[in-house]
Design a protein around this ligand. Structure first.
Ligand code: C5P
Length: 219
């Protein structure tokens, strides 16, 4: 058996990384790893305000967390301590909590090891903010998806409406812009394309065209 194949997809909030990562992982018959869900689930488990804790308390709490992965493509299941991570983490509020814990080196070091351990065992389409720059710098295929903040807010708005969770477009835009700003400007592993990533501005592209570009990129 050769070493696992790693494909990385990075980009800002609401750009469609998860949708594309699932499709590409299905195309390649490998699992997809949603690393945002790891930051979100840490924030959810430790709770509001945990980003103010001292390092010893954070370390102790993180020591009690273990991730596992099963399935392939859109059926990939990421579990925390054996329990599949569910929709409770999928709110803009928990997204902001995740962005807060994601500024902390102790959390990033812990999740870096968890992500790299999974990448050593499984081929992956890994999506997040620092997959191509920090976690899997040697990956043979790296993508960075981008889109204007207005377009990303509109996509999230339609996605939430389709799920029966109507939201305010103006509020979504503000939340996405705030989270982006924090993710791009933090000291550790800021959101940015790897030097060798293929950057795709999806603002004017539909899903089929973006997916076709990714498929071409890994062919
Ligand atoms: O991708 P998602 O919106 O679920 O990510 C939630 C937050 O987790 C991001 O805003 C970011 O702060 C953090 N994150 C990160 N590095 C990753 C994935 C997510 O810092 N690789």
């Amino acid at each position: 058996m050769g070493s696992p194949l790693i494909v990385t997809i990075d980009g800002p909030a609401g750009v469609g990384k998860s949708t594309m990562a699932k499709l590409l992982a299905r195309h390649l018959s490998i699992p997809y790893l949603d690393t945002g869900a790891m930051f979100r689930s840490v924030a959810w488990k430790l709770g509001q305000g945990s980003w103010e804790w001292d390092e010893a308390r954070l370390k102790e709490a993180l020591d009690g967390i273990e991730y596992s992965l099963s399935g392939v493509g859109g059926d990939s299941v990421l579990s925390l301590n054996g329990v599949p991570i569910g929709d409770e983490i999928r709110t803009e509020e928990v997204g902001m909590w995740a962005s807060n814990v994601a500024t902390l080196p102790v959390v990033r070091t812990f999740l870096k090891k968890a992500q790299q351990d999974l990448g050593a065992r499984f081929s992956l389409v890994a999506e997040g903010r620092d997959m191509g720059t920090v976690i899997f710098p040697g990956a043979p295929h790296k993508f960075f998806l981008d889109a204007s903040v207005d377009e990303r807010a509109a996509r999230r708005f339609h996605q939430l409406r389709a799920m029966g969770r109507p939201a305010s477009l103006a509020e979504l835009r503000e939340q996405i812009a705030r989270r982006d700003h924090q993710d791009r400007n933090r000291a550790v592993a800021p959101l940015k394309p790897a030097d060798d990533a293929v950057v795709i501005d999806t603002t004017e592209m539909d899903k089929d065209r973006v997916f076709a570009a990714l498929k071409d990129g890994v062919a």
